[in-house]
Design a protein around this ligand. Structure first.
Ligand code: GLA
Ligand code: ZN
Length: 689
C-alpha cells in the first residue's frame, strides 16, 4: 500500500497506547495481544511512547528490532501504527551524563532524574539527542506502510508542574526572543511600564524569568514569559517535526490536553498536520453526569476548532483512571456514549490509554482494554469490542463529514494569561467559568460552536460570543468592527477591552466604543451581602458578582440594574452597527439569564439547532456536515448528508420529539415524533434524502 502524503487513512481509528516494550520477556503476552486486538476491533495502536531506554539502551546504540517486529506483526493483521518519538521520558544515561537536559525550577534548582515531560527545551544536547533518535526512527520506519503518523513526544509540558524551564539557556533564549519582539530596550521598558517600582532596564542581561525569589508581579514580563515558554517548547516540537520528516511524509501530531493552561494550542496547531486530544472526564462523580459531559464536550470542541477539521481522540480511559481521589468505574453505557461524544464533535478516532495494564509501577491500576487477568473475558473488553464494531459500521459515512458551526466563542490563551495576572476585581479571577457558562447554554440548545482565539477569521460565523475579552490583541478590534458592519451579531461582556497586547491599559475610551454604543466607566464587585438583580423579558435574574458601570450612547438599553447606587444604569445594551449589532452584558448574571438571552440572540442570528427536535435536559445534538470534495470544509455547501449525534447523558431514559423524519444510520429505521432514548444512549441520525 502506498502512503498518502500527510493524510490519515479514511476510516475511523480504534485502539490506543500499546507498550510491548514492557513485555518483551513475555512472548505469550505479545502473541495474545494481537489476537485480542482483532477481537476488540482495534485497527490502530500508538507505539513507542516513553520507550527511549529500550530504543537506545546506551548512548548511540539503537535497538529497533523489537519495534520492527511489532509493527510488522500488527500490519500483517491490518492494524496501523502511530509511531511515537520517545522524548516524553528521558533515559538515565542521558540525564546522568548531561545535566543540562534536566529542567531548572524558578528558584534556580535543577531537577533530579525522573518522571516525564521534564526536559529543558533549549538544551543543545537534548536537541541533538532527540534529533539522533528521531532521525533514526524516521530512517527505519518513515516509509513503512503500516506507520500512518508520527506522535511527537507525549503531552508536551504536561508534567503537572510547569511547562517552563529557568536554566541559563532558556534565560538567554528569552532575551533573544524579547530583542526580536521589541528591538530596543526603550520599547520594552515602555511596554512593561518599568518606571513603576524602579524597574527600568539598561542592559538586556538584567532581564530574568519571573520567580518568587525576584520579580514576579510585572504584568508585561509575566505575559511575555508565558508566551515565550509556550513558543519555546513549540520550537522543540518543530525540531522534532523536522527530524521525523527526514525520511517520511506522513502526518505529524502530538497529543494535546484541551484547555491546558500553559501552552497556546492555537499557535501549536499551525505547526502540526493533525491535532489530537487526551481526554479524561471524571464520570459519575456527581449524581448527574451532565456538567461533566459539557466540560468534556468543551475539550472536544476546542480541539476540533484548532484546525477546524477532523481530529483524533488520542487517549481516553476505557474504564477508570488511577489518579483521582476516588477512581470510579465507568457505568454500563458510558463507555460507548463518551466515545461517541468524541466522534460527534469531529474526532475520527477513539484511542485509549492504554491497551494492556502494566504489571508494575505507577499506572498498574490505571484502566486498560486488557486487564491483568481474564484476557478478553471482561466487561471492559466486551464494551470496547462492541464500540469497535459500531465504529467500523459507521466509519464510511462519518469520515466524509465534520462539524461546521456558525457560532463562535472567543477563548484566547494570551487573554487568559493576562486575566490570571491582572490583580484586579476578583483574585483569582475564574475566567474558565465565564467561557464555560456560554458554552453550556449552547450545548443545552444543541447548537454546535467553534472555539476561536483573537487571531481567527470571524467571517464564517453569524454569531460571535466574546466573554471577558480583557485583552484585545492583533487585528481583533478591526476584525470585530468588520464582522459587525457586515451583518454579524457580537456579544461581549464586562471586563472586556481593558488592555492592549502588551498588557497596557487602553487610554481614552473603550476600543469598541462605536460598535457597542456605550461609554464604560467603573467596575464593581458586588458585596456578597448586597442583592442586586436585572430583569430580562419579564423575568428577574440575580447578579452573581461583577457589575460594569456604563453609559449608553447610541446603544439601546434592554435591561438596567435594579438596586444599589447604580440602580437604573444599563445592565444589557444592544447597538446597531453597520448591517449587524453588538450586545454588551454589563453584569455577571446567574446562568438562567444567559439561557434566556442566548436563546433569543441565537434565533435573531438564525443559528438554531438544525435537528428539528425538542430535547430534554441532559440531551444534546452535534451535527457533522459533509466535507468538500477537496477535503476542506464545504462551509457554503447546502446542508445534505449531515449526521446528527443525539446524546443522552442522563442515567435514565428520556423522550425526545422529532419534528421531521430522520433515519437511524445504523438500524435504518425511520423516526419522527416521540422517541425514547435509553440511559446514556447515542443515536446517529441522517436526513431522509
Ligand atoms: C496521560 C499520559 C498517559 C497516562 C495517562 C493516565 O494522558 O499521556 O501516558 O499517564 O495520562 O491517565
Ligand atoms: Zn532550560
Amino acid at each position: 500500500m502506498e502512503q498518502t502524503k500527510k493524510i490519515l487513512p479514511k476510516k475511523l481509528l480504534h485502539g490506543g497506547d500499546y507498550n510491548p516494550d514492557q513485555w518483551l520477556s513475555y512472548p505469550e503476552v505479545l502473541e495474545e495481544d494481537v489476537e485480542l486486538m482483532k477481537k476488540a476491533n482495534v485497527n490502530c495502536v500508538t507505539l513507542g511512547v516513553f520507550a527511549w531506554s529500550r530504543l537506545e539502551p546506551e548512548e548511540g546504540r539503537f535497538d529497533f528490532e523489537w519495534l520492527e517486529k511489532t509493527i510488522d506483526r500488527l500490519y500483517a493483521q491490518g492494524i496501523y501504527t502511530i509511531l511515537a518519538t520517545p522524548t516524553g521520558a528521558m533515559p538515565h544515561w542521558l540525564t546522568q551524563k548531561y545535566e543540562e537536559v534536566r529542567k531548572v525550577e524558578p528558584n534556580g534548582q535543577r531537577r533530579f532524574h525522573g518522571q516525564r515531560h521534564n526536559f529543558c527545551p533549549s538544551s543543545p544536547i537534548m536537541r541533538q539527542k532527540m534529533g539522533e533518535i528521531d532521525r533514526a526512527l524516521s530512517a527505519r520506519f518513515g516509509r513503512h506502510p503500516g506507520v500512518i503518523a508520527w506522535h511527537l513526544s507525549n503531552e508536551y509540558g504536561g508534567d503537572g508542574r510547569a511547562s517552563d524551564c529557568h536554566c541559563p539557556y532558556c534565560q538567554a533564549a528569552f532575551r533573544e526572543w524579547l530583542k526580536n519582539r521589541y528591538q530596543t530596550l526603550d520599547a520594552l521598558n515602555h511596554a512593561w511600564w518599568t518606571s513603576f517600582w524602579s524597574n527600568i532596564y539598561t542592559d538586556w542581561e538584567q532581564i530574568h524569568s519571573p520567580s518568587e525569589l525576584g520579580e514576579h508581579t510585572m504584568h508585561g514580563l509575566k505575559l511575555d514569559w508565558r508566551r515565550f515558554s509556550s513558543e519555546r517548547l513549540l520550537d522543540f516540537c518543530k525540531a522534532e517535526v523536522e527530524a521525523v520528516r527526514t525520511n517520511s511524509e506522513i502526518p505529524a501530531l502530538t497529543n494535546m490536553m484541551g484547555a491546558f493552561p500553559t501552552l497556546d494550542y492555537f499557535k501549536w496547531a499551525k505547526e502540526l498536520d493533525v491535532v489530537s486530544l487526551d481526554n479524561y472526564p471524571c464520570w459519575h462523580m456527581q449524581e448527574s453526569d451532565v456538567d461533566m459531559a459539557i466540560a468534556s464536550s468543551f475539550n472536544h470542541t476546542l480541539t476540533r476548532s484548532l484546525k477546524k477539521q477532523p481530529y483524533l481522540l488520542m487517549e481516553s480511559a476505557p474504564s477508570m483512571v488511577n489518579w483521582m481521589p476516588r477512581n470510579t468505574l465507568k457505568r454500563p453505557g458510558m463507555h460507548e456514549l463518551s466515545s461517541l461524544q468524541a466522534i460527534a464533535h469531529g474526532s475520527n478516532s477513539v484511542q485509549y490509554f492504554q491497551w494492556r495494564k502494566s504489571r508494575g509501577s505507577s499506572e498498574k491500576y490505571h484502566g486498560a482494554v486488557v486487564d491483568h487477568k481474564n484476557g478478553g473475558d471482561t466487561r471492559v473488553f466486551r464494551d470496547v469490542s462492541r464500540l469497535g464494531e459500531r465504529l467500523s459500521q459507521i466509519s464510511d459515512k462519518v469520515v466524509k463529514t465534520c462539524n461546521q458551526p456558525k457560532v463562535a466563542i472567543v477563548f484566547d490563551w494570551e487573554n487568559r494569561w493576562a486575566v490570571d495576572d491582572a490583580q484586579a476585581v476578583v483574585i483569582p479571577f475564574d475566567y474558565r467559568s465565564r467561557w464555560m457558562d456560554y458554552y453550556k447554554v449552547f450545548w443545552e440548545m444543541g447548537i454546535d460552536v467553534d472555539i476561536i482565539d483573537m487571531e481567527d477569521d470571524l467571517s464564517d460565523y453569524r454569531l460571535v460570543v466574546a466573554p471577558v475579552n480583557y485583552m484585545y490583541r492583533g487585528d481583533y478590534i478591526k476584525n470585530v468592527k468588520r464582522f459587525v458592519e457586515r451583518g454579524g451579531t457580537y456579544v461581549t461582556t464586562y471586563w472586556s477591552g481593558e488592555v492592549d497586547d502588551t498588557d497596557l491599559c487602553f487610554l481614552g475610551s473603550h476600543p469598541l466604543r462605536e460598535v457597542l454604543g456605550i461609554r464604560t466607566e467603573e467596575i464593581d464587585v458586588k458585596p456578597a451581602h448586597v442583592k442586586n438583580t436585572v430583569s430580562y423579558d419579564g423575568e428577574n435574574y440575580v447578579i452573581k458578582g461583577l457589575c460594569a458601570l456604563v453609559h449608553a450612547e447610541s446603544a439601546e438599553v434592554l435591561s438596567v440594574y435594579e438596586n444599589d447606587f447604580y440602580a437604573g444604569y444599563p445592565a444589557l445594551t444592544k447597538n446597531k452597527y453597520g448591517e449587524g449589532c453588538a450586545y454588551f452584558i454589563a453584569s455577571e448574571n446567574e446562568i438562567a439569564f444567559l439561557w434566556a438571552f442566548c436563546q433569543d440572540v441565537a434565533e435573531e442570528a438564525q443559528v438554531t439547532c438544525s435537528l428539528k427536535a425538542r430535547l430534554p435536559y441532559g440531551v444534546t445534538v452535534s451535527e457533522r456536515k459533509p466535507l468538500g470534495s477537496d477535503e476542506s470544509l464545504a462551509k457554503k455547501a447546502e446542508a445534505g448528508g449531515s449526521l446528527w449525534f443525539v446524546q443522552n447523558f442522563n442515567a435514565y431514559e428520556v423522550e425526545i420529539e422529532l419534528e421531521e423524519e430522520y433515519r437511524d444510520i445504523e438500524t435504518r429505521e425511520v423516526w419522527s415524533g416521540k422517541r425514547t432514548l435509553a440511559a446514556y444512549q447515542c443515536l446517529i441520525l441522517e436526513e431522509m434524502l
